[in-house]
Design a protein. Structure first.
Length: 481
C-alpha cells in the first residue's frame, strides 16, 4: 500500500491519462471540417476519422480490462499510454487520409488499454469507503466532463493554431503521464496468463464488440436501422456475443468469469450505464450542432456555452459527491442525478429557434452539470461494489465498455431520429432553421425517454448502498498461485 500522499498523486496521474483519452473523443469533432479540407476527405470518408477510433476503443475495452487482471494493471496502463502517444504523433503528422484513419484505429486501441484499468487501480489503491468515494468522484468528473472540455480545447486549437495540434498536444501530456505513472502508480503482479488465457473468448468478445460498434456507426447511420447490411452485421455481432457467453460459461479458464454478473448491484449499475449513456452522450453532440447550425455559434463559443456543465460537474464530483454518497447512499444520489439530467434534456427539447442563451440554454446546461456531477460518481461506485481485487480490472473494463457501447448506440439512434425528423419537416415546407430545430427536439425527447428508462432501472434493480451487502465472489482458478 502506498503512502496517503503518494496514492493521491497516483490518482491525479491516472486521471490525467483518462482526461487525455476522453478529450480526444470530442476535440476531433470540432476540427473535422478543417481536416476534410486539408486532406481531401469525402463526406462519407470523413466519418472514419471518428469511426476508426470508436471501433477499436469500444471493441477492446473488455479485453484490456481483463489483461490488466492477468498481466498487471499498471503494466497495461503504461502500455496503453505508449501506444496512444505514439499514434497521436502519427495522427498529427498525417498528410494522407488513409494514414490518419489507420493511426486513429491504433490510437483507439491505446485508449482502450489506458482507460480500461484505471477504475480498477483506483478501487485497489483506495479500499476505505470514504476515500474510495472521493477518488471515484474525481475520476468520474474527469471521465464525464472531458467531453465539454474537449469542445472548448478543440475550438481554441482549431481556430488559433491548426488541426494538427489537437493530436500533437497529446505528446507532452502522454510523455509526462508515462514518467509519473512509472514513479507513482503502484505496481502489482497480475494473476498470470495461465489464470485466464482464454484466447477463443478474447477473439469472440473483441470481434462481437468491434462488429457491434461498426454496425452502429456505419451501416445503421448510412443505410438506416432496417437496411439489409445493418441487420446482417447486427445479427452476426449477436451470434458472436452469444458464442462468447457460452464459451465463458463452459471454459475452465474464462476471460470474463460470469460470476462478476451475479451481483445484482454490479449488473444493475452496468444496465443503468448503458441506457443512461445512450441519452447523455448525445447531448453534447446534438447540443453542439444546434448551437452551430441554428444559433450560429463558432467552435470556441460552443465550448464556452457548455462551460457551466464542466464547472458544476467538477464542483459536485470533486467536492460534494463523496459526502453525499456517504450520507445518503449511492443509489439515492444516482436517482436524483438522473432526474436532473432528464429535466435538462427536456429543457433542450423545448429550446426555440431564436433561443436566448441565458433564458433557454444556460438553465439546461446548469441542470446537466449538476445532474451529471451527482450521477456518475455513485454509478461508478455501484459498478465496483463487492468486486474482488483480482477482478477489479475486469469490472473497470466492463463499466467503461457499457458506457462506450451505450453512448455509441444512443448517438446513432438520436442522430438518425434528428436527421429523419428534420428531412420530414423540410419536405413539408418548413425553413432550414425550424426543420433542424424540430429534428433536434425529437432526438432530445428520445434522450429524455432513455434517461427515464435508466431511472426506472436504478429504482428497481439497485438498492440503497447501506442496505446492500457485498456479493460473495468465488476465487478464480489459479488466483492463489
Amino acid at each position: 500500500m502506498t503512502e496517503p500522499r503518494s496514492r493521491w498523486l497516483a490518482l491525479y496521474v491516472l486521471c490525467t491519462g483518462m482526461l487525455m483519452i476522453v478529450l480526444d473523443v470530442t476535440i476531433v469533432n470540432v476540427a473535422l471540417p478543417s481536416i476534410q479540407t486539408d486532406l481531401g476527405f469525402s463526406a462519407s470518408g470523413l466519418a472514419w476519422v471518428v469511426n476508426a477510433y470508436l471501433i477499436a476503443f469500444g471493441g477492446l475495452l473488455l479485453l484490456a480490462g481483463r489483461l490488466g487482471d492477468l498481466l498487471g494493471q499498471r503494466r497495461v496502463f503504461v502500455a496503453g499510454l505508449v501506444v496512444f502517444t505514439a499514434a497521436s504523433v502519427a495522427c498529427g503528422a498525417a498528410g494522407d487520409s488513409s494514414v490518419l484513419v489507420v493511426a486513429r484505429f491504433v490510437q483507439g486501441a491505446g485508449g482502450a488499454l489506458t482507460s480500461a484499468v484505471i477504475l480498477g487501480l483506483i478501487v485497489t489503491m483506495f479500499p476505505e469507503p470514504r476515500e474510495q468515494a472521493k477518488a471515484i468522484g474525481i475520476y468520474a468528473f474527469v471521465a464525464s466532463a472531458g467531453g465539454a472540455v474537449g469542445l472548448l480545447a478543440g475550438g481554441v486549437l482549431t481556430q488559433w493554431v491548426n488541426w494538427h495540434w489537437i493530436f500533437f498536444v497529446n505528446v507532452p501530456i502522454g510523455a509526462a503521464t508515462l514518467v509519473a505513472a512509472l514513479r507513482l502508480v503502484p505496481s502489482a503482479a497480475g494473476a498470470g496468463v495461465r489464470a485466464g488465457a482464454d484466447v477463443l473468448g478474447a477473439m469472440l468478445i473483441t470481434a462481437a464488440l468491434m462488429l457491434g460498434v461498426y454496425t452502429i456507426v456505419v451501416p445503421a447511420a448510412d443505410d438506416g436501422w432496417g437496411a439489409t447490411r445493418t441487420l446482417a452485421c447486427g445479427a452476426v455481432a449477436m451470434v458472436l456475443l452469444a458464442g462468447f457467453v457460452v464459451r465463458e460459461a463452459t471454459a475452465a479458464l474464462p476471460l470474463m468469469p460470469l460470476r462478476i454478473l451475479r451481483s445484482r448491484t454490479v449488473a444493475g449499475a452496468n444496465v443503468v450505464q448503458v441506457i443512461g449513456a445512450g441519452g447523455m452522450f448525445g447531448s453534447f453532440f446534438l447540443g453542439s450542432l444546434y448551437l452551430e447550425h441554428v444559433q450560429g455559434y463558432r467552435p470556441l463559443e460552443i465550448g464556452l456555452a457548455f462551460l457551466p456543465v464542466t464547472l458544476l460537474m467538477g464542483t459536485l464530483s470533486v467536492r460534494y459527491s463523496e459526502q453525499l454518497v456517504t450520507r445518503f447512499g449511492a443509489q439515492r444520489v444516482l436517482v436524483v442525478g438522473l432526474v436532473l439530467i432528464g429535466a435538462a434534456l427536456a429543457g433542450l427539447a423545448t429550446a426555440p429557434v431564436d433561443a436566448d442563451y441565458l433564458r433557454d440554454i444556460f438553465p439546461a446546461a446548469a441542470l446537466l452539470g449538476v445532474g451529471a456531477g451527482l450521477c456518475f460518481p455513485p454509478m461508478m461506485t455501484l459498478a465496483m461494489t463487492g468486486v474482488a481485487p483480482h477482478d477489479a480490472g475486469l469490472a473497470s473494463g466492463l463499466v467503461n465498455t457499457t458506457a462506450q457501447v451505450g453512448g455509441a448506440i444512443g448517438l446513432a439512434v438520436l442522430s438518425t431520429v434528428s436527421t429523419g425528423r428534420a428531412a420530414t419537416l423540410r419536405a413539408s415546407g418548413h425553413d432550414a432553421a425550424h426543420a433542424l430545430t424540430g429534428g433536434y427536439h425529437a432526438a432530445f425527447w428520445i434522450a429524455v425517454a432513455l434517461i427515464g428508462a435508466a431511472l426506472v432501472t436504478a429504482l428497481t434493480a439497485l438498492r440503497p448502498a447501506r442496505e446492500t451487502a457485498p456479493a460473495p465472489v468465488e476465487e478464480p482458478v489459479g488466483a492463489a498461485a
